[in-house]
Design a protein around this ligand. Structure first.
Ligand code: MG
Length: 376
């Protein structure tokens, strides 16, 4: 996407690998380990995640999520990646497999040429963001494994600074909500989906059981700005810490109006897909929700985080329902975020990776190289 490259040129953003791998020795060691011995080989296969609970949002409900698992092999070292395709994003097994079958990495013999490789992948076709993320994640995993470092270290982040992760509670009946709040016992923050006519009842049901902080995600479900603002005040009194995507992303002026007056921060999610959306979200929302599947992967997520922080915006790292592969990749960015919503792998019953864990409600990074995940 040329818009992305122009944007980077304009803002002078520098990306991760070139910025932080400062040590010549590190480069020399890595180049030696990967010197001229092979080609990058991409392989991929479809897989279906089973959800522990039917997942209800303001406009949809489902029990499975299609994903595609990718691998990039280079001289016997394998990097793992994943595309997750919740239906409302428009990608599917078919579209991802079709896109990946067009990706020919055999022209590249140096995995450290990440900018060239990922610009090539991005330019193959517009859209296909989850498919692109699956290549980006596998490439990051591969490069991290070659230099034997996890990405949070390559970026220079302090792994102890990860935030608590929230546990998501979908729109449901009071009985199911009570049960889910119990399941969420190890978590210190609850994320509640609102946007139907049961909003106040859901919050009141939770407040009968626990006084844990709550974040609210409306998924564009409210249409009227005065209603959104009244709800923001009511939710603030109920101990809600932020309000995600209160109204449709097209209602830019209404979202900005609420953000200006709201007692709690607003976060743009549906409105913020890729890097060039961060500036558009400035002053429309207090912060941005970054997800690898929206923004084509770790490279662009890192750029969005850097730009958002420079603008003084709140940063959240989120996810789709994903295996521990993509969750672990996203978790590498968590130390530089205000909030993390990385429960995607905890909501499925057939994970095929082991990686970043949640200990006492906190995203806990491991010391494994690359994205920090191993195949089960
Ligand atoms: Mg959201």
């Amino acid at each position: 996407m040329s818009g992305r490259r122009d944007f980077i040129k304009k803002t002078g953003l520098i990306t991760g690998a070139s910025m932080v791998l400062g040590s010549d020795k590190l480069f020399a060691d890595a180049r030696e380990a990967s010197a001229g011995k092979g080609r990058l080989k991409l392989s991929f296969k479809p897989y279906t995640l089973n959800l522990r609970h039917a997942f209800n949002l303001s406009t949809s409900s489902r029990t499975t999520t299609p994903v595609v698992l990718t691998e990039i092999n280079y001289n016997g070292i394998v990097g793992y990646g994943e595309a997750s395709m919740p239906p409302y994003l428009g990608e599917s097994h078919e579209t991802v497999l079709k896109f990946l079958s067009k990706v020919d990495l055999s022209g590249f013999d140096d995995p450290f040429e990440m900018e060239n490789i990922l610009n090539y992948v991005d330019a193959i076709e517009d859209g296909n963001r989850a498919a692109k993320a699956s290549v980006d994640i596998a490439l990051h995993d591969l490069v991290g494994k070659i230099i034997k470092q996890p990405w949070y270290r390559i970026w220079g982040y302090d792994p102890s600074k990860t935030p608590d992760t929230s546990y998501t509670i979908g729109i449901d009946t009071p009985e199911v909500i009570r049960q889910k709040v119990k399941e969420a016992d190890p978590y210190k923050i609850l994320k509640v989906k609102l946007g139907r006519d049961t909003d106040k009842q859901m919050i009141e049901t939770i407040r009968e059981i626990t006084d844990k902080p709550i974040c609210v995600d409306v998924n564009q479900g409210w249409k009227d700005r005065q209603h959104a603002l009244d709800m923001a005040h009511w939710l603030h009194e109920k101990g809600v810490v932020f309000l995600e995507q209160p109204m449709p992303k097209e209602q830019v002026d209404d979202n900005a109006w609420v953000t200006e007056r709201s007692p709690i921060p607003t976060m743009g999610d549906e409105a913020v897909q890729r890097l060039d959306d961060v500036l558009k979200a400035y002053k429309v929302y207090s912060g941005i929700n970054i997800k690898l599947m929206k923004c084509t992967g770790m490279r662009e997520a890192h750029e969005m985080l850097t730009l958002g922080r420079a603008l003084g915006m709140k940063i959240m790292i989120g996810c789709m329902t994903e295996t521990s592969c993509a969750i672990s990749a996203a978790a590498q960015l968590a130390p530089m975020t205000d909030w993390a919503d990385l429960d995607g792998a905890l909501l499925i019953s057939n994970d095929v990776f082991k990686g970043t864990t949640v200990v006492d409600g906190k995203v806990t990074l491991n010391t494994l190289p690359g994205i920090g995940a191993v195949k089960i």
